[in-house]
Design a protein around this ligand. Structure first.
Ligand code: HEM
Ligand code: HEM
Length: 201
C-alpha cells in the first residue's frame, strides 16, 4: 500500500509485524532480573543494603513470575513450556543434528533451562536471607552456598544466552529482540505453537 492509496485513518507507520508472544510482565521480569543479577554479581558491594534490596527485588519478581506461570498469558504459562526429560532430550538431539522444530513459545530445552535459572535465583535469595538470621550468622556453609549458587547461575546464564543466540540464528529470528518487543514471526510449516503434552516426556 502506498501513501496515496492509504485510507486517511490508517497509521502512517505500519505496526510491528508478528504475533504477540511475551506479555509485558514477562519482558519486565526478564530484563529486571538480568539487571539485578548483574548489579549484585559484578557492581554492588557484597552484602551491603543495596545488594540486599536488589536481591529481594529479584526474589519478589520471581515470586510474581511463578504465580504468572499459572494465570498469565498463554506462552508465559508453565504448561506451555515445561516438558518431561524425553521431550527435552529429544529436542536437544534434534537441535544437534539440525532438525529441531521452531517453537513460538520457549522450546522444551529452553523451558528446562528456565526452571534451573529460576531455582538458582530462589536458592541465592534464600541463602542471602539466611546470612542475616541469628541462627545462621557467620555460618560459612551458608556464605559458600550463596557464592557458589551465584557463580553457577552466571555460568548457566552464559549457556542460556549462547543457546538463545544459536537457536535464533538457526531459525532466522532474533529471540533476544523478541524478548524486547514481545513479538515473533507467526507459526508456519513444522513450527510448534501449542503446549507440549506433559505425558509424552
Ligand atoms: C540476585 C540475587 C543475588 C546475587 C546474584 C548475589 C550475589 C552475591 C555474590 C556473588 C556475593 C559474593 C560472594 C563471595 O564471593 O563471597 C554475595 C555476597 C553476599 N550477599 Fe548476595 N546475591 C544476591 C542476593 C542476595 C540477597 C537477597 C541477600 C540478603 C538479603 C544477599 C546477601 C549477601 C551477603 C550478606 C553477602 C556477603 C557474604 C559474605 O560475607 O561473604 N545477597 N552475593
Ligand atoms: C542473569 C542472567 C539471566 C537470567 C537469570 C535469565 C533468565 C531467563 C528466564 C527466567 C527466562 C524465561 C522468561 C520467562 O518466561 O519469564 C529467560 C528467557 C530468555 N532470555 Fe534470559 N536470562 C538472563 C540473561 C539473558 C541475556 C543476557 C539475554 C540476551 C542477551 C537473555 C535472553 C533471553 C531470551 C532471548 C529469552 C527467551 C528465550 C526463548 O525465546 O525461549 N537472557 N531468561
Amino acid at each position: 500500500m502506498t501513501a496515496a492509496d492509504r485510507p486517511a485513518s490508517a497509521p502512517a507507520v505500519a505496526p510491528t509485524p508478528g504475533v504477540r508472544v511475551w506479555d509485558p510482565f514477562v519482558r519486565l521480569f526478564h530484563w529486571s532480573v538480568v539487571a539485578g543479577v548483574v548489579l549484585n554479581y559484578a557492581v554492588l558491594e557484597e552484602g551491603k543494603p543495596a545488594h540486599r534490596y536488589i536481591g529481594y527485588g529479584v526474589a519478589a519478581l520471581l515470586g510474581l513470575r511463578l504465580v504468572w506461570g499459572f494465570v498469565g498469558s498463554r506462552h508465559a504459562r508453565f504448561a506451555d513450556f515445561v516438558a518431561g526429560p524425553r521431550t527435552v532430550f529429544g529436542h536437544l538431539r534434534a537441535a544437534l543434528s539440525g532438525r529441531d522444530r521452531r517453537y513460538i513459545g520457549h522450546n522444551p530445552a529452553g523451558g528446562a533451562m528456565i526452571l534451573v535459572l529460576m531455582a538458582l535465583i530462589g536458592l541465592i535469595a534464600v541463602s542471602g536471607w539466611m546470612q542475616g538470621l541469628d541462627a545462621f550468622w557467620g555460618e560459612e556453609w551458608v556464605q559458600d552456598l550463596h557464592a557458589i549458587a551465584a557463580n553457577v547461575l552466571v555460568g548457566f546464564a552464559v549457556l542460556h544466552v549462547a543457546a538463545a543466540l544459536i537457536e535464533g540464528l538457526r531459525h532466522r529470528e532474533s529471540l533476544v529482540l523478541a524478548m524486547i518487543t514481545g513479538r515473533k514471526r507467526p507459526a508456519s510449516g513444522t513450527d510448534v505453537d501449542h503446549a507440549p503434552a506433559p505425558r509424552r516426556g
